[in-house]
Write a protein that binds this ligand. Structure first.
Ligand code: SIN
Ligand code: CO
Length: 381
């Protein structure tokens, strides 16, 4: 059993995680005042701009200028940001948890929701009056207020017509049903498809803990791709009883019949669904690159280092486990129960000293992960 290093989940006011899941999750919004007492954020506005300057960081700048919406994708630098107070704007950085250990620790506070549902931590900054306009998202989100204040207006019922030709999805006619001003440490949970509009009351930063829910189409498409790589069959189409056809251009029912029989050879079971899910859900996003060690230790040197040094999962790595499998970054490993136990101690991205005796299977897999940059040697402290 992997234990969460910080078992103190975020406060849900008077609700336990169980009651929250039963009464609110995917059902209705919840405002929690003081969910993180004293929280002012994890990084400054300048540090967020710096992060947005990296090529492999996904960021966007949304500007509202003379009634028009403009969108700039990152990498962004300080010259990209409007200085005129006539424009309202906001910029948003995805996957901040890939870069800051403190952001990863914040996500762990939402561990009452399975990691398989988690997407990322997005951080936004907006000067007074800024925001990205009224919109709805297809995923659940917790909006945790960092420094400054933001007014959130929300609506369950709305006209879903969008502003035409805008580069971002903005609702053309939005009427708030409820609104609150969130102060640092306050949090608003929104289920999918709730319209929301966040306006910075002061210059402020908002931390969005976002979840993922694939569309049925996406799941089916991806599963078919998985099956393509995991089906092997033999045999050839054959027709020793072929008869002359009156219309040779017609696809004959015998051919249809034989093809239907062949297609029945496509088989899958619960284990395939589990493997597919683990691989699919841990697949790194397209912009994610792992830094491999420049001069990797040899396998022998790694083996002796493993008991002396601490290791941790790269913040960019995604790990999940199945009944007999470990999934990491789109790969599956079918392992012994002992190996699964030891490797899954890495799942929370915390330092791990592997004091226990490691079996050969674990050593080989850990070395492979180390060379790929999926795990890192952490400092002693
Ligand atoms: C924001 O932080 O401004 C936007 C977050 C959201 O609407 O999901
Ligand atoms: Co939103």
């Amino acid at each position: 059993m992997v234990t969460n290093p910080d078992t103190s989940f975020i406060s849900l006011g008077s609700l336990t995680p169980g009651t929250f899941l039963q009464q609110y999750w995917q059902k209705k919004p919840l405002l929690v005042r003081n969910a993180m007492p004293g929280f002012q954020g994890l990084l400054s506005h300048k540090e967020l701009i710096q992060l947005a300057g990296n090529d492999d960081v996904q960021s966007r700048l949304v500007i509202q200028k003379d009634g028009q919406w403009l969108l700039k994708h990152g990498p962004l630098n300080s010259r990209d940001f409007p200085n005129s107070t006539e424009n309202t704007w906001s910029f948003l950085v995805q996957d901040v948890n890939h870069w800051l250990p403190s952001a990863n620790n914040l996500l762990l506070k939402f561990g009452f929701i399975p990691y398989a549902r988690l997407d990322d931590l997005m951080v936004s900054y907006a000067p007074t009056g800024g925001g990205i306009g009224p919109h709805y998202d297809s995923y659940d989100v917790f909006l945790l207020q960092g420094f400054g204040r933001r007014r959130w207006e929300i609506a369950a019922n709305y006209d879903n017509q969008l502003v035409p030709d805008a580069p971002v999805k903005i609702l053309q006619h939005f009427n708030a049903e409820q609104s609150w001003i969130l102060e640092p440490g306050d949090m608003l949970y929104l289920p999918p498809n709730y319209a929301h509009h966040g306006i910075a009351v002061d210059a402020c930063m908002t931390y969005s803990i976002g979840f993922r829910a694939p569309s049925h189409q996406e799941l089916i498409d991806q599963f078919l791709m998985y099956l393509q790589d995991h089906q092997e069959t033999d045999g050839w189409y054959c027709d020793p009883d072929l008869k002359r056809q009156a219309h040779p251009w017609e696809i004959h029912r015998d051919m249809l019949q034989q093809t239907r029989q062949i297609l029945k050879k496509i088989k899958w079971n619960a284990a395939d669904v589990e493997s597919f899910l683990g691989i699919y859900l841990t697949e790194p996003k397209a912009h994610v690159f792992f830094n491999q060690p420049k001069r990797p230790l040899s396998f022998d040197a790694f083996n002796s280092a493993i008991h002396k040094k601490n290791f941790r999962l790269s913040l960019k790595s995604r790990m999940l486990t199945g009944r007999r499998q470990i999934f990491l970054n789109g790969e599956s490993y079918t392992v012994s129960p002992a190996t699964k136990k030891v490797l899954s101690t890495l799942v929370c991205h915390q330092k791990n000293s592997f004091n226990d005796k490691l079996n050969d299977e674990s050593r080989k897999i850990l070395y492979q992960w180390y060379v790929s940059g999926f795990i890192k040697i952490a400092s002693h402290t």
